[in-house]
Design a protein around this ligand. Structure first.
Ligand code: GLA
Length: 608
């Protein structure tokens, strides 16, 4: 008999028998491929029978024009197959929007260069749907051929994500569901939403299973779901047993006992569950998203809040795979409920011995940008329009002096996203930011008083990007500058030089200063620094950058993510064993505002 997964009244049936889904969210795009199996085995060891993953569109297609990548760490098919081989059922949530504290909620940033689509994200507007169709034509067959109905492990697929928290375009949700069916998805289709009437009204689709997302008060949540959908199985698609962190804000944890109590209640009541997250992993590279609740939102929110690099989430399986007290509590609840003893977990990961590595060569960031081809335009261009997904762009313009001389006035950076360092005639005049997580950056709305007293005045604005908003009405979040004004006058005529830091850019180290970073003493503190280290065996490490302020660290070419000591709460970057090599290893630090001179490898994470 072939495997089956069906719905009968208020229960799921697996191979004809009543079945509770005990699933955990584990995102392949937040874990180095070499660790996929380890993490899935830990999930099995907690007692789960299913793994759930989103698909992050932009991870496969970061730049416009290139065919989506499904190789190496982006090999979604291999991840699903591996889960199936290990005995897990698989739930896929292909978006196209996923939220997930992921840059732009998973949308590729280049979508923002198509004005019609960018103005109609998550709606049935054909300008937007055309992009989704093109993507789904490539993506969905990879999932379809791995469905249970075709001998694979995929038992269910989600349409969109928590749509009721965003909009009410029923034709859009219908198009998502129809688009999945038309491309061969014949397993269970579902939606997931907050357990509230407004959200369920906006986010559910007739004929699709409705599931709910919450972290506590499970009985009330399921009662609310049942009011909307009385005759279907109850499933919590996101059981928030932990939470994520923002730069400049406090680190979140969730008590294991309270989470285990909710879990026990759900299982006893016959519900199905997906832990969000079972294992969070890491927002490596430039992939962390952001939230934005500004003063116009109800309750005058904190404004733009970029998400940190770690996605530990205080989940039962920690960022580095460590099994926490929450893991043990969940495993015990599941074992008691199912009467099954789960398999043993893999052994604990090896850790690198602690050490300090000195910087051996440094480049001034300005000099690196001098070597990049420039783009000229009357108006300052967005990163997206320049083809830069994330990184740094230097905007330069010149203003001649006049007679009589121009009085000093304020320079305004309109639409700044996200951090700017401003130099006039080679002198640092100030820094502005869209977030006040780092006190070095003043509020973006403030102007900077400048004087244009030279025969020809050069204004240089170096902008670095942080995560794009992934939730709510500020989703459309282009990076760079929208306009620059001196007093009320727009300044036109810009030269752009940028570095895309999605992956390590090519760097010419022959011009490097053989001094330490501190010895370089650049005006702005922005530089690129290199250190080498030999290892006789690999293991997990946690990189700390004492004395450094903010930037990215690349290990053997792989972007480990952003560090931001000046903001916190995260103080170390996870550098997993598969990123290291026996023999020589290269660390490259791209620092934006104040370098240190060494990098520490520690044995423990410090998330604040
Ligand atoms: C929502 C989204 C998820 C995630 C969580 C918070 O439920 O659906 O993608 O953003 O919030 O972690």
């Amino acid at each position: 008999m072939t495997d089956t997964f069906t719905v009968s009244g208020q229960v799921f049936l697996r191979d004809g028998a009543p079945h509770q889904i005990i699933s955990g969210a584990v995102h392949y795009f937040r874990i180095p491929r070499a660790l996929w199996e380890d993490r899935l085995r830990r999930l099995l060891a907690m007692g789960a029978n299913t793994v759930e993953t989103y698909v992050a569109w932009n991870f496969h297609a970061p730049h416009a024009g290139a065919a989506p990548d499904f190789t190496a760490g982006a090999d979604l098919g291999a991840y699903i197959d591996l889960a199936g081989e290990l005995g897990l059922d698989v739930i896929v949530r292909p978006g196209p929007y996923i939220c997930a504290e992921w840059d732009l909620g998973g949308f590729p940033s280049w979508l923002l260069t198509d004005d019609a689509a960018a103005g109609a994200l998550r709606t049935s507007d054909p300008a937007y749907l055309a992009h989704v169709d093109e993507w789904f034509d490539v993506l969905i067959p990879i999932i379809a051929e791995r469905q249970l109905t075709r001998g694979g492990p995929v038992i269910a697929v989600q349409a969109e994500n928590e749509y009721g928290s965003y909009g009410n375009d029923a034709a859009y949700l219908r198009a998502m569901a129809d688009g999945l069916r038309a491309r061969g998805i014949d397993v269970l289709l579902f939606t997931s939403d907050g357990p509230e009437p407004l959200m369920l009204a906006g986010g559910t689709v007739p004929g699709l299973l409705a599931t709910a997302n919450f972290g506590s008060r499970q009985a009330e949540a399921f009662a609310e779901l049942a009011r909307a959908r009385p005759d279907q199985p109850g499933m919590c698609m996101e059981f928030w047993n932990g939470w994520f962190d923002h730069w400049g804000a406090r680190h979140h944890t969730r008590d294991a006992a309270s989470a285990a109590e909710e879990l026990a209640g759900m299982l006893a009541d016959g519900r199905s569950v997906n832990f969000y997250m079972a294992h969070g992993g890491t927002n490596f590279g430039v992939w962390a998203g952001a939230n934005c609740h500004d003063a116009e939102d109800a309750g005058a929110g904190p404004g733009y809040q970029p998400t940190i690099t770690s996605y530990d989430y205080d989940a039962p399986i920690a960022e580095d795979g460590a099994l926490t007290a929450k893991f043990e509590a969940f495993r015990d609840v599941i074992a008691a409920h199912t009467g099954r003893t789960p398999p043993a977990p893999p052994s604990a990961p090896v850790r690198l011995a602690p050490r300090t590595v000195e910087v051996q060569a440094s480049l001034d960031l300005g000099a690196v940008l001098d070597g990049v081809p420039t783009v000229s335009a009357p108006t300052p261009r967005s990163f997206e329009r320049l083809g830069i997904h994330h990184g740094v762009v230097r905007y330069v313009t010149t203003v001649p002096s006049t007679t009589p001389p121009i009085p000093a006035a304020d320079l305004h950076l309109d639409g700044l996203a996200d951090l700017a360092t401003v130099m006039v005639n080679g002198a640092l005049v100030g820094r502005l930011g869209r977030t006040q997580a780092d006190p070095a950056y003043g509020p973006a709305g403030d102007g900077l008083r400048i004087e244009l007293d030279q025969p020809v005045n050069t204004i240089e604005i170096t902008v670095t990007s942080l995560g794009r908003v992934n939730f709510g009405r500020h989703l459309r979040d282009p990076k760079g500058l929208a306009a620059v004004r001196f007093s009320h006058q727009h300044l036109f005529g810009w030269e752009h030089a940028g570095l895309d830091l999605t992956t390590l850019p090519e760097l010419d180290w022959s011009a490097a200063e053989p001094t330490t970073a501190v010895g370089l003493e650049p005006v702005t503190g922005a530089g690129v620094h290199r250190a080498e280290l030999d290892l006789t065996e690999v293991g997990d490490g946690y990189l700390a950058l004492p004395g450094w302020r903010e930037g990215y660290v690349f290990l053997n070419g792989f972007n480990l993510g952003r560090y931001w000591n000046a903001a916190g709460p995260q103080r170390t970057l996870y550098a997993p064993a598969p990123c290291w090599r026996v023999g020589s290893n290269e660390l490259v630090v791209v620092e934006f505002s104040g370098a240190g001179d060494s990098i520490e490898i520690r044995q423990d994470a410090d998330l604040g």
